[in-house]
Design a protein around this ligand. Structure first.
Ligand SMILES: *Cc1c(COP(=O)(O)O)cnc(C)c1O
Length: 417
């Protein structure tokens, strides 16, 4: 992988596209076939025992993994420049898998206060089981530092927050975690490895919702936990003795697999793994189109009389524009939000759209929009929304890969007031 050791390094894209074929062609198939098998049989008892005890590669029972999922996991590790990955049924299952597999009652974690709503809700549920959680503004690493407690074990952040696109101090928090020996968990869903590899800021674990940009086509659900190899699992106090086997670099993900998949059963289906694997073949290409469309639309929206303000890290007006530019290689993703001028009915604007789809999903090939206050942030109530700066006229836009002129024309007619 490293150019220092390989005289003819291939790009990640080429390696991704040829990974299945090189890993061993089955019946000439260029894609890893879909293996719906729930269980696996062995020719000899010795082989069965060796696989069961983790001394030989293989599959025991599909709740813990299957060959189609494993092919996808290898590709995710490749894309993230990481050590290994474990697939889950959804992004939420992957996050729950980390928390349930690694933490105990009495432990404490620090998380962003701008988290994806369902992740926040999950953390609040975990508080009921004795997990301490501090929600802080991760735009500033000093806020994370101020929230650390003796029982703090990990820090959980997202790269670009949804919907208002705050960009966490990913680098500063990484340095803090490494100085304090804390596990740094980065949810890379909004940026994907096409824009950002959390390994570069010292993340120990990466979380993905594979349902979003990695698959891109809105036809599969999945999640993943990726181990970058940056965290020393010998320092983690809760690795069960049974999982302290082999290379310590593998202990963390082994425990996540055993508890998060085997015990909790949040298994990625072979059919979904196959669809996601097909989707990621074009991730890099789709990402170019999405980023270009989003930046152009953000600039155009900023100039519209019906629009009060636009949140997009690619705009010079964004408070973390310089940070985003440095971290994400001059690309800013497909998520933006904008606030309509007071007095404009957001639902009436949405009802005039002909191309843009009213939907709660994110990072699809098609452009999707949702009114934030009335839907995903409705449960919080008006006071919390006001504190978070979520106006009633805030629309979240997940920009797709349609022709830019068509998207612009659709918004132009919908915003005519
Ligand atoms: C969607 C999302 C998740 C959850 O993923 P699912 O696959 O829908 O369970 C987690 N984190 C972020 C940032 C997301 O956008």
């Amino acid at each position: 992988m490293s150019p220092d050791h390989d005289p003819t390094p291939e790009s990640t894209l080429t390696r991704l596209l040829h990974a299945d074929r090189r890993a061993g062609v089955e019946q000439g198939a260029l894609h890893k076939p879909m293996h719906p098998a729930a269980t696996f049989g062995y020719r000899t008892a010795a082989e069965l025992v060796a696989v069961f005890q983790g001394r030989q590669a293989g599959y025991v029972y599909a709740r813990q993994g299957n060959p189609t999922g494993a092919a996808l996991e290898a590709k995710l590790a490749l894309l993230e420049g990481a050590r290994a990955a474990a697939g889950f049924s959804t992004g939420m299952a992957a996050i729950a898998g980390i928390l349930l597999a690694l933490l105990k009652a009495g432990d404490h974690l620090v998380a962003s206060k701008h988290l994806f709503g369902n992740t926040r809700s999950l953390l609040q549920t975990m508080q009921g089981f004795g997990l301490g959680v501090s929600f802080v503004d991760t735009v500033d690493a000093a806020a994370v530092e101020a929230a650390l407690e003796p029982a703090t074990r990990l820090v959980f952040v997202e790269t670009i927050a949804n919907p208002a696109t705050q960009v966490a101090d990913l680098d500063g928090i990484g340095r803090l975690c490494s100085a304090r020996g804390l596990l740094y968990v980065v949810d890379n869903t909004m940026t994907t490895p096409a824009l950002f590899q959390p390994r570069t800021v010292g993340a120990g674990l990466i979380v993905h919702s594979l349902t979003k940009g990695l698959s891109g086509h809105g036809d599969a659900m999945g999640g993943a936990v990726v181990d970058t190899g940056c965290f020393d699992w010998q320092r983690w106090p809760h690795i069960a003795e049974a999982y302290q086997t082999g290379d310590p670099a593998g202990w963390g993900l082994l425990q996540i697999r055993k508890r998060g998949l085997r015990d909790f059963g949040a298994t990625l289906r072979a059919e979904d793994a196959h669809r996601i694997a097909t989707g990621i073949e074009t991730l890099a290409l789709r990402s170019v189109a999405t980023n270009a469309n989003a930046l152009a639309l953000a600039r155009w929206l900023e100039a519209q009389p019906a629009v009060e303000r636009v949140f997009y890290p690619g705009l010079e007006s964004h408070p973390q524009h310089a940070r985003a530019k440095a971290l994400f290689g001059g690309r800013f993703g497909g998520l933006l939000a904008f606030e309509l001028k007071a007095g404009i009915d957001p639902l009436a604007v949405l009802d005039r759209l002909r191309i843009v789809i009213l939907s709660s999903h994110l990072s699809d090939n098609r452009t999707l929009v949702i009114p934030v206050a009335q839907t995903i942030f409705w449960e919080l109530g008006p006071q919390r929304r006001a504190e978070m700066g979520i106006a009633d006229g805030l629309l979240r836009l997940s920009v797709g890969i349609e022709a830019l002129a068509d998207l612009q024309a659709d918004w132009a007619q919908a915003l005519r007031v």
